[in-house]
Design a protein around this ligand. Sequence first.
Ligand code: NAD
Length: 508
Amino acid sequence: MTSKIIDRIRQSRRVPLFIDGAFVDSDTADWIELNNPATQEVIAQVPVATGQEMDRAIGSAKVAFKQWRDVPTVQRVRCLLRYQALLKEHQQEIATVLAEETGKTFADAMGDVWRGIEVVEHGCGMTTHMMGETAENVASNIDTHSYVHPIGVCAGITPFNFPAMIPLWMYPLAVACGNAFVLKPSEQDPLTPTMLAELFVEAGFPSGLLQVIHGDKRQVDAILDHPDIKAISFVGSVPVAQYVYRRGADNLKRVQAMAGAKNHMVVMPDADKERVVSALVGSSCGAAGQRCMAISVAVLVGESTRGWVSDIKTALAGIRPGAPGDENAAYGPLINRKSCDRVREIIAGAAGEGADVLLDGSDCVVEGYPDGNWVGPTLFDNVTTNMRVYQEEIFGPALCLMHVDTLEEAIDLINANPYGNGTSIFTKSGAAARKYQHDTEVGQVGINLPIPVPAPFFSFTGSKNSFFGDLHAYGKQAVRFYTETKTVLSRWPEDDVPDGPDMTINMA
Ligand code: NAD
């Protein structure tokens, strides 16, 4: 199949809203241009939804919730099973559109969709998660049992860098728990979530259960302030995460806000050099470094690892960006011109702050794509904690190298960093790995793995400035986030027992 909604967008050049089960053209006078990051060609215009449209979407979700919350979980899961099958069937098609609007390579775009499908699969086991607890005879003839209930209309606000995976972290689990959902995807890549919504309809979910509205800060504010939104899942940069967390909580909503990162990889002298070099190249430059779990700092421990710097440099110099469709490209362009200019500016300031710029990707050229947001692989050595390249999340294909004498020093350095999304250690020593996983104050730790993103039946447990809230995305914690517990205490005096049950013979 070709996506009907993508065909329609290609003709009208306008992205529709998805309200009350239908794709509708926005009445707004305010449109945001969506550009292809490899060419700057205008793909479509993205509406900044009006206040009325926001109200209509949230109102429709509220109506849908009232019915959906009473649909048995097993029936809800049947819709999710169909959704999972449809997403798998259309994975390539979604990945093609995703690659076009984000600039990701096709293989990476397939991974983006696949990681989302895995969360949907996790949601298909929701029946066993929607269970409470029981205890008999907690006091004389009193039993206690608890139920897990959906909480109502939930909302998701998502970033540009995983337009399939991150929306799929959210609404499939929320609706499996019995909620309705309003999604405000990134205005920088709205086509992928639009396709996800199209398949949601095809999977047979009732109208109104998922709404997709587009816009920017104004629509986020409308979500944060709307009395009918009960819980908000946010993923994005630190300042916006803090803002969403504060304003949402101030309006007495439940909020989980996943934020930015600066992820370190510790390299012990006993590690396998080839594996280290390959892990560093992939995890620093994959997706042009625009991953919240990218390794952006390598901490090389001991004198002997100094000799590895030239190997890292050679390996990084051997990869290059390219446009979607270029099978030899390691990664694509940055998402927009502003990000590209910011990354180039950070690179330009590094030498002045004392870093050794071993590779400078600022002048990167990709033949045939003179207007793309290109940055080549970039490598800084002898980085220190006071430098901008260390303090900011660069979100570009750049790696900082730092040198310390001992594992303890590496751990102190990482624990002093305000972010806590992910970290990893490469070593052959179980004792070093054990010490690292125990002492390091970061929410997700990889041992001989560069990007420790947990499978969806665990949760995504970033910490410190990389996460604001209590309950994390996906896994069992997401079920707790999207539900509330009702506890029932009952007393049934023995002398009330009736004379005998009615007999039933047939299986219902
Ligand atoms: P962003 O914060 O600019 O935008 C995220 C969302 O917030 C978008 O939907 C956007 O429309 C909205 N938004 C932007 N500015 C806003 C404002 N001032 N007020 C209210 N809403 C606003 O993030 P981005 O650039 O799209 O994404 C990249 C960031 O996301 C990086 O920092 C990355 O590390 C982070 N990220 C974190 C995780 C995680 O799980 N921790 C995962 C992916 C991305």
